[in-house]
Design a protein around this ligand. Structure first.
Ligand SMILES: [Zn+2]
Length: 221
């Protein structure tokens, strides 16, 4: 099974479709699972308090298995104070609604993300999506209990991620297509090629990671 941990595309394949609140209205995509959250890119252009209410309503739905993508981005240009406020609120809401998996968008904000992670407590599971980073950062994040979801960066041989891929523990790994035009099978094949592993064992590893993170939903997939 090629499980796509984070995608913006409608597909009936085993995948988590990301709903970006206040940004896009997708007419019921076919994906078996969803994540929902307020993206840091959108905070300046939406009514934040209204979207936080909407988030609570969305979390009543069964197919919503994670909060995301949420986080901090110091490059995009939206108000950083507001980003932090919206991020903190969503961490609280995740606890309130017993959604323990958070899909994190982080650009040049690791210090703040690590601080927030520590504050959030051990009950939550944080998955850094679109991850790209070197050995020291990976080790620091592993120690802080992060998971990693990776995708298109695997196709850039000059990236820090590709050069340091061996430091990502297999039991903390997910693969994703995000907003790329890649198929999830291509991402699995590329990971297998780089790590000199066979695709079947990666699929098995990710299935086991899904069970660790989501418990019984893995049975559905
Ligand atoms: Zn995304």
């Amino acid at each position: 099974m090629y499980f796509d941990f984070h995608t913006h595309k409608s597909s009936s394949n085993p995948s988590v479709f990301n709903i970006r609140l206040g940004h896009e209205q997708n007419a019921s995509p076919a994906n078996p699972f969803y994540s929902v959250g307020i993206h840091p890119w959108d905070v300046d252009n939406i009514d934040v308090e209204a979207q936080l209410i909407l988030l609570r309503q969305e979390l009543e739905k069964k197919k919503i298995i994670a909060l995301g993508e949420i986080g901090l981005d110091k490059v995009f240009g939206t108000n950083l104070v507001l980003q932090q406020h919206v991020f903190d609120k969503q961490i609280e809401i995740a606890n309130e609604y017993h959604r323990k998996v958070l899909i994190i968008h982080c650009v040049k904000s690791y210090e703040e993300i690590l601080k927030a992670r520590q504050k959030a407590g051990k009950n939550q599971i944080w998955v850094l999506h679109g991850f790209n980073g070197g050995e020291a950062l990976i080790k620091q994040l592993v120690k802080a209990n992060f998971y990693f979801s990776i995708g298109a960066t695997l196709f850039n041989p000059k990236s820090r991620l590709v050069k340091n891929l061996q430091f990502i523990p297999p039991e903390r790994l997910f693969l994703e297509t995000d907003d790329s035009n890649l198929s999830i099978k291509q991402v699995f094949d590329q990971f297998a090629l780089l790590r000199k592993m066979d695709s079947a064992s990666i699929q098995q590893q990710i299935r086991s990671n899904l069970t660790d993170v989501f418990g019984d939903i893995a049975e559905v997939t």
